[in-house]
Design a protein around this ligand. Structure first.
Ligand SMILES: *Cc1c(COP(=O)(O)O)cnc(C)c1O
Length: 430
């Protein structure tokens, strides 16, 4: 059997907490933990075949795009209940227009919006709620820009746990809030920013005995890292040149990097793709950290962007993410809300919908190609993190009905008026 343990990522610390200790923050230095393994030796080809075979199985644990790869996340003890909603197994979709616009590059989309609650958070949540249940936790909590809450609420409901959610006042999309409410979570609106809500939650969690499922929870990262295993399998184990993700709290970038590193060390892939993190200009402290080569992250006090999922001024996982850019020769980029909107429009022309934060990837790629940092015709995978229906307010804002908007016509209910309107707007097939 492989075995798992936690270890603080701070080199000067390296503490391994005792089994009943708190799992998200190191009591010795305040750093983050990561899950490490002593893997039993395995046969790469045999595992690839076993993973492939499981796709035909009817067992929920085999059908999940996270637990299908359970040999790489061996922290579940025999007899533990696995809390799954058949997450993962998301499609890879080629693009034409978006790839041409952003490059020209070979652009493939890994669409995480096709998850049970509509975002990549489900990959992490199945892992950390499974862990919470194994620890005998009764109540889970998170602060959220929206998608973590939808996901926590669903998996907590499935596991029979209470779910408590802190969100900044009036800052998250109606659809995400509705999901959390629908799944029975208790919602506390507190503070003006995610960072404020998150800070308060971290401070109050120990005394209230709350189990945190934000991405500082190292088991979230373990679930989320399986995205690259699935991606490589879908690509017949041929890594792309670049994998691009939007950066908020930077858990996803950290997970992708950890997954790639483990796959390389174990011999599943021959080279490691370069990981690219794209942030929104009004919430880009990680981009600035990497650009300026600073030793410490300088938080953004009032983060602002229409892409609410990445409206974060003080990303908790910045040290893990910086390691990932170092390991993989990665890049960071920053894009304006206008650039995000353009990229989202181009993806839509390929029939690919997503929420605004996800489209930041394609906007970032375009800038990096123009700057010569991504080569033309490079093989690039953009991770679209959330579903199109997560933020319909955004779309409606950007396509308000007006005289100037040819997509929204308002016509008198008579045949003459309809005929005239359709002809005038060229809506009659030639
Ligand atoms: C959470 C989220 C992000 C940011 O991911 P991090 O791991 O916090 O960097 C980006 N896009 C969407 C849609 C999200 O839900």
């Amino acid at each position: 059997m492989s075995s798992a343990y936690l270890q603080c990522i701070e080199e000067s610390c390296g503490k391994r907490p005792a089994p009943r200790d708190e799992e998200t923050t190191c009591a010795q230095c305040g750093g983050l933990f990561e899950v490490r393994y002593e893997f039993e030796p395995f046969d790469v080809e045999a595992l690839r075949r076993a993973w492939h075979q499981r796709r035909l199985s009817g067992e929920p644990i085999d059908r999940s795009g996270v637990w299908r790869f359970r040999e790489l996340i061996p922290f579940v003890e025999p007899g533990d209940r696995v809390i799954s909603l058949s997450e993962g197994s998301t499609p890879m979709v080629g693009t034409r227009r978006a790839g041409w616009w952003a490059g020209p590059i070979h652009l493939t989309i890994k669409h995480q919006g096709n998850n049970p609650t509509g975002s990549f958070k489900d990959l992490g949540m199945t892992a950390c709620i499974t862990r919470a249940v194994a620890r005998g936790v009764k109540m889970v909590a998170c602060a959220s820009t929206g998608n973590t809450s939808s996901s926590m609420a669903a998996y907590a409901a499935r596991a029979g746990l209470k779910a408590l959610l802190f969100v900044p006042y009036r800052q998250i999309s109606a659809a995400k809030l509705a999901q959390a409410l629908d799944f029975g979570a208790t919602v506390v609106e507190v503070g003006d920013t995610f960072d404020q809500a998150f800070k308060l939650l971290r401070e109050i969690a120990p005394e209230m005995g709350l189990y945190l499922v934000n991405s500082i929870n190292p088991f979230r990262i373990e679930g989320q890292k399986t995205i690259v295993v699935e991606m490589m399998e879908q690509r017949a184990w041929r890594p792309p040149d670049f994998i691009v993700v939007p950066g908020g709290n930077l858990g996803n970038a950290s997970a992708i990097g950890k997954g790639l590193r483990e796959l390389k060390e174990m011999g599943f892939i021959a080279k490691v793709p370069r990981v690219v993190v794209v942030q929104a200009e009004g919430a880009n402290p990680f981009y600035r950290l990497m650009r300026d080569g600073d030793a410490e992250l300088r938080p953004v006090e009032k983060p602002s962007t229409e892409a609410t999922a990445i409206r974060i001024g003080k990303p908790a996982n910045w040290k893990k993410a910086r390691r990932v850019l170092e390991w993989t020769g990665g890049l960071a980029e920053s894009v304006t809300d206008e650039e995000i909107f353009e990229a989202k429009t181009l993806l839509a022309e390929d029939g690919v919908g997503c929420e605004p934060a996800s489209a930041a990837t394609v906007a970032g790629i375009r800038k990096l190609v123009r700057a010569g940092k991504i080569e033309r015709h490079a093989d690039v995978v953009a991770v679209l993190t959330g579903n199109q229906l997560k933020d319909t307010e955004y779309v409606m804002r950007h396509s308000a009905a007006s005289e100037a908007n040819p997509q929204r016509l308002s016509v008198e209910p008579t045949l003459e008026a309809l005929r005239a309107a359709l002809s005038k707007h060229d809506l009659v097939p030639a």
